[in-house]
Every structure is written in C-alpha cells, then in structure tokens.
Design a protein around this ligand. Structure first.
Ligand code: NAD
Length: 309
C-alpha cells in the first residue's frame, strides 16, 4: 500500500514509517521539523519538509495514496496553556487543511492519532470511548476538535475515518524537550544521572503508559481494519500506574539511586487515566504485548541518548 504520514519525523510518526517500509509499503512522510528529526527515518521513506497547512504540497503528496496517518501536531500540554492559538492553528487548522486536500485528491481513508487527554477527569476507569470528553487543556481541546472535524467532514465527503485515542506512549526516540519533557523519559534520564526525580502532585495520580511498538501495531491494523469507519478507539496498555510506582520502577530498572522529591503544589491534569481496550481488541485485534518494566528496559537499551554521561 502507499501511505502518507504527517508528523513523520516525530516519535510515533517515524516509528510507524520505519515499520511500514520494513513491511514493504511505500511511505511518504511530511513534517515541518519543528521538533522532528528526519535522520531517524529509514532512507526508504520519501521525506518532504513542509507544513501540514500547505495544501499545494499536500495535493502533490496525496496523489495515489491509499491511506493517510495524521500525526503532525504540537504535543506539549503545559506549552498549550501558553500558546493556545498556535495549538489551534496546527492541530485543528492543520487537520482541516489535510481533510480538504484529501477530498480534493480523492483519498479513501485517514487514521487520525488523537489522545487519551481528551477524557480529562473521569469517574469511571478504565475509560471507554463513549465517556463524555472532559478536556482540561488547549492541547486536549485541539485534539477533540480535530476528531470532530475528521469525523464530520469525512462523513460528508465520503472519506473513511478512524480516530485512535493514544494514551501515554513512551519508548526510544521520544522527543525530549528542554522543559515539560514526558514523564517516562524524564525519570529515566534523571535517574541515570543520579539526579532528582521530581514527582508533580502527590504521586498518586495514574496514567496508562503504552510502549511505542504496541501503538505502532494498533496503527498498522487501523489502515486495513474492516467496519471501523467513523469509530474512535482507545490505544493504551490497559494498566493503570501511579507516578509514585513509575518512579520506583525506573529506580529498580536503572539500578540508580536518585532522590525522589514531591512537588505537591503542581497539578498536571487528570487524577486517573487508564484505557478500556475492549473496542480495540474487537475492531483492531489489538492486544498490548509489552509491560511497563520490559518497555522501560527496552527504552534504556535502545535509546542511545540515555547512555550515562
Ligand atoms: P512528536 O512531537 O515527536 O511528533 C509530532 C511531529 O509533528 C513532529 O515531528 C513535528 O515536527 C511535527 N509537526 C508539528 N507541527 C507541524 C506542522 N505544522 N506541519 C508538519 N509537521 C508538524 O510527538 P509524538 O509523541 O510522536 O506525537 C505524534 C502524534 O501522536 C501527535 O498528534 C500527538 O498528539 C499524538 N499523541 C501522542 C501521544 C504520546 O504519548 N506520544 C499520546 C497521544 C497522542
């Protein structure tokens, strides 16, 4: 098959692109390189630097494409509180630009990578796709608005759509910004440097950490799965881990001895979050295969940036 991946030079986009070319598919990648790095892409990926709002570029890249994976986005929740307009422009505007270009060229299917962040706080855990979304940041709002655009205009224009709500993905190659780094990578790095593990809040808040290879498996299945048009499907590990337990696991896996410090005044979003995977199992035959301890070990082994300096 022939694919276009937006955000192809990012963490999840590059993992997907490299896997697809290994499986013999033709892959075109688009990324503006605002955070992505094309050096991580296999040479067989046809890479183009560009913005997801650039429709003429999209028209060219979409020719004879069977399925689009849409991942291009700004992804930092705390940053989105400072720059909601930019988040709206890329995450919502970029999605609408892509959908228009798909309609113009006549592409059959789009898989939109949404986020478990759209759920916000929910009483019922694990959370099912039919829970009422409760976004708590401009990032989460932008992903939810983009979902609605994808489904609504996809339905009107005859484009098959599938939204995957990915929970907290981690693994080698995850983007590591200087501030607001994702918790798994940041704990690993701090532990290896025998620094301080800073836990925001009381450490009881939970997340569903899913290893990148499992997310890629779900994304692969999404391009050909039957009877998924207009669906939204969770992709996670189905396991709930508190930040406190994550810190303990990181310390055990690294064999390091960092100090763990709690910052009770900082609040980082919902208190509990865990994916119900019933629909993913049913529609995508998805079953996460890599537990958190194994995933942390694999990340340590494979992410060369984590070597102790
Ligand atoms: P990432 O930052 O590594 O990847 C995003 C990519 O999009 C980057 O390479 C960036 O350069 C590119 N990009 C940003 N703005 C662009 C624009 N205007 N035009 C073209 N490219 C642009 O992040 P990631 O973790 O790989 O996330 C990929 C997608 O998955 C995002 O849509 C994100 O919302 C979603 N997601 C990620 C997670 C996670 O835990 N990593 C969880 C849920 C959802």
């Amino acid at each position: 098959m022939r694919f276009l991946i937006t955000g192809a030079a990012g963490f999840l986009g590059s993992s997907l692109a490299n896997r697809l070319v290994r499986e013999g598919h033709e892959v075109r990648g688009l990324d503006d390189l605002s955070t992505g790095d094309p050096a991580v892409l296999s040479p067989e990926v046809h890479f183009t630097r560009g913005d997801v709002n650039d429709r003429p570029k999209l028209w060219t890249l979409l020719q004879e494409v069977d399925c689009v994976y849409h991942l291009a986005a700004r992804v930092l929740v705390p940053e989105s509180l400072l720059y909601p307009r930019e988040y709206n422009q890329t995450n919502v505007g970029g999605t609408v630009s892509l959908m228009e270009a798909m309609r113009d060229v006549g592409v059959r299917r789009v898989v939109f990578i949404s986020s478990g962040a759209v759920y916000g706080d929910q009483q019922q855990q694990p959370v099912r796709e039919d829970a009422l979304p409760n976004p708590r940041s401009p990032y989460a709002v932008s992903k939810l608005a983009a979902e609605y655009y994808v489904k609504t205009i996809g339905g009107l224009w005859g484009i098959e759509t599938l939204c995957l709500r990915v929970f907290n993905a981690y693994g080698p190659g995850q983007h590591f910004p200087p501030v607001h780094a994702p918790v798994v990578l940041s704990f690993l790095r701090q532990a290896l440097n025998n620094g301080t593990l800073v836990v925001h809040g009381d450490g009881q808040q939970t997340r569903d950490h899913v290893y990148v290879d499992d997310v890629v498996n779900a994304m692969l299945a999404a391009s050909t799965a039957p009877e998924v048009n207009q669906l939204t499907i969770n992709v996670g590990s189905g396991r709930e881990t508190s930040v406190r337990d994550l810190a303990k696991l990181v310390i055990s896996v690294t064999g390091a001895n960092p100090e763990v410090v709690y910052n009770p005044r900082s609040d980082r979003g919902s208190s509990r979050l865990c994916a119900d995977l019933t629909l993913a199992a049913d529609k995508l035959n998805y079953k996460p295969s890599i537990g958190l301890e194994t995933g942390l070990r694999l990340t340590l082994e494979r992410d060369t940036r984590l070597r102790v300096r």
